[in-house]
Ligand binder design. Structure first.
Ligand SMILES: Cc1cc2nc3c(=O)[nH]c(=O)nc-3n(C[C@H](O)[C@H](O)[C@H](O)COP(=O)(O)OP(=O)(O)OC[C@H]3O[C@@H](n4cnc5c(N)ncnc54)[C@H](O)[C@@H]3O)c2cc1C
Length: 1011
């Protein structure tokens, strides 16, 4: 080991000597790019603004637009005289400044992009050939949002391949040795660019679609003697990429073809297992293949994404851990040199020197492996390696600026990263000794996060189970339950087996639960599978007025004791329920898939939300529950506190069949009310499952009563009941308004003014600004409009496009809608399933007819499953704000597109509706974003993301106007709706003598000893 370290140092020093002969221009002090990089490295805030500006620039059209953005990003931010002077100058001569900026940024991009098109790139490749540097060419592409995009991309790959083969046909191997392992023409392929509907939960579907697209490319590459490399992208696609690689290359046609490679990312914790598996596969296939070993380009993305979803983070947290792993995998590759050809993709001299030293130790000739480096980066290292007699290949991206932006920003991040080698060596001149240190010495014990690391503190707990809030201080930040990550095969298998299990229980009967007793009635109501209406998922007992009366009595009877039960006990009940749902997670999700047609990930998100409601409300109750001293005043104490209201009637919809009913019922229960819970007639089984969960958690008799049944029979009776004190309703506007009105009437014998929590529908709009990232705008719009068939109250139904952008968006929106996977959501990866029932089916079809008469039918899907309540995703254009399809809630996969002049009109249209639930804005203009944040009338405003998918605690959810009474489910103040506030004041002086201190909280009087 020691000898190896000395050899690494010796080689490293040699590389540095050669590098120092050719200084790295990118990090020199002169030039536009260089100065920006230097500023970025000094000021993190500037770096963020700069990269955002660079990202939007290519999509801006006029100089004035450019200058306005420059102003918005950089003025008044204290970014120093250089930038401020530039901004001022741009204000004076926008025409000139706009052009200069565009020219400079495009110059910056062309430092990393080897050419605009295949012709262009050849000039670069020829130059490199003269320097004995080979190439692999990658085609830059915009986010592929449709199959039309993907097909075009595949065709461009084929053209590129032909061109490269033709133009390099007389080129020979630079080393002239073992050249059969290293074809001259080498193409790097990104599989996500070839299929627009990749879903991590469904690798089989992706492979089915990708294999036929790849076959012609591989076949032609083989005929031309070229090499194809499968690049690796984000973790979500990793398993699919590996599986695809193995599947297609085991086909008879390609089984004996050695000129294929794949990437392994050493920053991934599971990369060693993947590499071992690949090697084993390669041995079984008994044909050589190649692996490009890299650290990985998506570190920031992976950490952010996993933190957002509370997932275990797939990447290492410490940079030296990635370095150590890179060396471990280098060893594994070189030891298996007989079956796998290694390419080391790194600019880090330590990683490179280690590979060199180890190869020598194992007696592997220089010509049997190669080093690969990126175009425009680490030029002197490439030259040094060539001089040392190594094989060097450059990764050359080809494409226009706009599609190249994501790549450019990744490179800029890499060059300015605090932890990167290039910055340390070329910008900060860290010593060779330091740069060549064994990374093992630098790893902090126990995976600790080093101080100053970019990882937020919340990540520290990432690997712990999301524990209940039991120990957390009142008001502590809530950590959400993780979503199931369907990228793992284990999760996919568990879901499949849960679906089988749920199916085997089809037709079961579920009782009412009143006062802790199971109650059966003569009439059973079937709940059907909307994907296959002849399948009955289960039956619920249908209650009548007598059962409703019984439930009110049971709830009333239980109220006295429950309202006096310490809130800690009530909170624990919710946490036990959350734990049970966590344990039965897949089972509950599977029932949702069948009963309400939810796709896998949507069903899982619903269970996660239910779990979060329980834990979050438990936490909030601990915060609110203790009587709190109002002021410290000598001789007097006043405690502000809350009492429960009484009996709560919870009326829930079917579209979030466990989460919403659970949220309302658990809020009622934890605040000390007793509850009658009525799920929707369409989701009786989900409601019954939730009742089972609470029974298992130990809810006392009468505290939670379950009445599945028709609103028309028992709903009005209970809403009007003198002994019902609170109604928590989520559903349609029509029913909500009736409840609101009826609950306002005081009936004989009624003790309380009824409190109504009323959450209703929406007619949600998203505005796409003229500078929005079109690919992202389409992805978010499509998901918001058609995810779960548009049956979320938050779903997008009005897409508002600025005139300037209209054609560009529509050109890609319709093909994107046409590419959606529609089908039975029992299959993983389905985006659009059936609508809930026949009535909804007919109503939505009627609305489509209305749309046809009012506006222009721009798109309607054709291939639908023959059975089940499937509605084709439909898009109308030419929609005007006064049309019915632009005003009325449709609750299905129907999207209206409205064209407007400018942002003023866009806001007017967006706000010109009866509703105010969710709203979205897609833009890269900081000023416009601030304006929309301030002016869009919606309870939940979403910027640069989809307008659905609220998370408990993070996005308290609920609207106003005709969308609701202004409550926020999953928010800090939600529980207050279930409580009446009280203040108890006591004069504590006796003859002028007062206690010195009054405690801040006092709760004894809430729980007096009952006589
Ligand atoms: C020819 C070539 C092809 C490539 N192809 C791909 C590809 O297909 N897919 C892909 O994902 N990447 C690919 N990369 C890798 C990627 O783009 C970066 O260039 C590479 O990760 C930088 O590593 P380095 O060894 O040059 O630099 P170093 O500075 O030594 O390492 C930087 C890398 O360390 C990792 N890192 C940074 N911070 C941390 C931290 N806190 N904890 C843990 N790890 C951290 C990141 O991976 C980061 O990129 C390719 C690279 C090259 C040269």
């Amino acid at each position: 080991m020691k000898a190896l370290q000395s050899e690494i140092e010796r080689r490293g020093r040699r590389i540095f000597e050669l590098v120092d002969k050719h200084p790295e221009a990118l990090f020199s002090k002169a030039g536009f790019y260089q100065r920006l990089m230097a500023l970025s490295m000094r000021d993190e805030r500037f770096k963020v603004q700069l990269f955002r500006f660079v990202d939007v620039l290519p999509s801006l059209r006029g100089s004035r637009d450019i200058v306005e953005h420059l102003n918005e990003y950089f003025s008044d931010n204290g970014f120093g005289p250089l930038i401020n002077a530039g901004v001022r100058l741009a204000g004076v001569v926008p025409w000139l400044s706009g052009r200069i900026l565009r020219w400079n940024v495009s110059g910056m991009a062309h430092q990393f992009i080897a050419g605009k098109n295949p012709d262009d790139v050849m000039a670069t490749l020829r130059k490199r050939r003269a320097q004995k540097i080979g190439f692999t060419v990658d085609l830059l592409g915009e986010a592929v949002v449709s199959e039309a995009d993907a097909d075009e991309y595949a065709a461009r790959y084929l053209d590129l391949l032909e061109k490269l083969a033709l133009d390099t046909k007389d080129w020979t191997d630079p080393l002239g040795k073992n050249s059969e392992l290293f074809p001259v023409v080498n193409l790097s392929v990104k599989i996500s660019a070839l299929y627009s509907q990749m879903n991590p939960a469904d690798p089989a579907d992706a492979i089915t679609h990708l294999v036929p697209k790849l076959r012609p490319l591989l076949r032609r590459a083989r005929e031309l003697g070229a090499f194809i490399n499968f690049d690796m992208e984000s973790y979500a696609h990793k398993n699919t990429t590996l599986e695809l690689f193995k599947t297609i290359l085991t086909e008879a046609e390609f089984k004996d073809w050695p000129h294929v490679g794949i990437v392994i990312q050493a920053y991934l914790r599971d990369s060693e297992a993947d590499l071992r598996d690949l090697i084993e596969w390669g041995r079984a296939r008994s044909t050589r293949f190649a692996v490009r070993l890299v650290k990985g380009a998506y570190w920031d993305y992976e950490t952010t994404k996993s933190l957002q979803n509370s997932w275990d983070c797939p990447v290492f947290f410490q940079k030296p851990q990635s370095d150590v792993n890179f060396e471990t995998l280098t060893e594994l590759l070189l030891e298996n040199q007989s079956i796998v050809t290694a390419a080391f993709g790194s600019h880090n001299v330590r990683s490179i020197a280690h590979a060199q030293a180890l190869a020598d130790e194992l007696g592997i000739d220089h010509s049997c492996f190669e080093f690969q480096l990126l175009y425009g980066m680490a030029g002197p290292i490439k030259q040094a390696l060539v001089e040392m007699g190594y094989r060097v290949r450059e990764y050359c991206p080809v494409g226009e600026l706009l599609p190249g932006m994501a790549y450019l920003v990744r490179r800029l991040l890499e060059n300015t990263s605090n932890e990167g080698f290039l910055r340390a060596k070329f910008a900060e001149s860290v010593s060779a000794k330091e740069l060549l240190r064994d990374p093992r010495e630098l790893v902090k014990p126990d995976g600790a996060i080093p101080p100053g690391s970019p990882i937020p503190a919340t990540a520290r707990n990432q690997h712990r189970k999301n524990d209940a809030s039991l120990d957390s201080a009142p008001g502590d930040v809530y950590r959400n339950s993780p979503l199931v990550n369907f990228v793992y095969k284990d999760s996919q298998d568990k879901m499949r087996s849960a679906l089988r299990e749920a199916r085997s229980r089809f037709g079961e009967k579920y009782p009412l639960v009143i006062g802790g007793e199971k109650v059966w009635t003569d009439q059973l109501t079937p709940s059907v599978n909307p994907s296959a209406p002849d399948e009955i998922v289960g039956y619920g007992s249908e209650p009548g007025i007598p059962e409703a009366e019984r439930a009110v009595k049971a709830a009333r009877a239980a109220f006295g004791k429950w309202s006096r039960t310490p809130f800690e006990e009530r909170a624990r009940l919710l946490e036990r329920a959350a734990d049970i749902m966590e344990r039965r997670r897949y089972e509950l999700s599977a029932v949702e898939v069948f009963e309400v047609g939810k796709p896998w990930n949507e069903a899982d998100a619903d269970i996660r939300e239910a779990i979060d409601f329980c834990r979050f409300y438990a936490q909030q109750m601990r915060r609110l529950g203790r009587p709190k001293l109002t002021q410290q005043v000598p001789g007097e104490e006043s405690y502000h506190h809350y009492w429960p209201r009484g009996v709560a009637f919870v009326i829930a919809p079917w579209n979030f069949p466990i989460a919403i009913v659970c949220g309302m019922a658990s809020a009622g229960v934890v605040t000390g009310n007793t509850v009658i819970m009525k799920p929707s007639e369409q989701s009786i089984v989900c409601g019954a499952m939730l009742m089972q969960v609470f029974e298992e958690a130990g809810v006392p008799p009468g505290v939670l009563n379950f009445l599945s049944g028709h609103g028309s029979v028992i709903g009005a009776h209970l809403v009007d009941h003198k002994d019902v004190d609170l109604i928590a309703f989520t559903g349609s506007r029509e029913v909500g308004l009736k409840i609101w009105e009826s609950a306002g009437i005081t009936r004989p014998g009624q003790r309380e003014l009824k409190r109504v929590i009323c959450e209703m529908g929406g007619k949600n709009a998203m505005i796409v600004d003229s500078d929005a990232d079109i690919g992202e705008a389409i992805g978010y719009s499509i998901y918001s409009a058609f995810g779960y068939q548009g049956q979320k109250c938050s779903a997008l139904s009005r897409l508002i496009l600025l005139e300037e952008n209209y054609d560009r968006v529509m050109e890609r929106l319709i093909p994107a809608a046409a590419s959606l996977r529609i089908g039975n959501p029992e299959e993983p990866g389905i985006m659009v399933g059936p609508v809930i029932d026949e009535a909804a089916y007919r109503r939505i079809l009627d609305y489509i007819e209305v749309g046809k008469s009012e506006a222009t039918l721009a798109y309607q899907a054709k291939d639908l499953p023959p059975h089940g309540y499937f509605i084709p995703p439909t898009i109308f254009t030419g929609v005007k704000p006064n049309m019915r399809i632009a005003r009325e809630e449709i609750f299905g996969p129907v999207l209206s597109v409205l064209k407007v002049r400018d942002l003023d009109e866009a806001l007017e249209v967006a706000n010109g509706t009866d509703y105010a639930l969710t709203g979205g804005f897609l833009s890269r203009s900081p000023d416009n974003i601030e304006r929309v944040k301030a002016q869009l009338e919606a309870g939940n405003v979403y910027i640069n993301r989809s307008c659905t998918g609220a998370i408990v605690g993070r996005h308290p959810f609920g609207g106003f106007k005709m969308s609701g009474s202004g409550t926020k489910a999953g928010g800090e103040d939600y529980l207050l709706n279930f409580l009446v506030p009280r203040v108890v004041t006591e004069n504590t002086t006796r003859h002028g003598l007062a206690p010195e201190q009054t405690p801040e909280y006092r709760e004894e009087f809430l729980w007096p000893k009952l006589q």
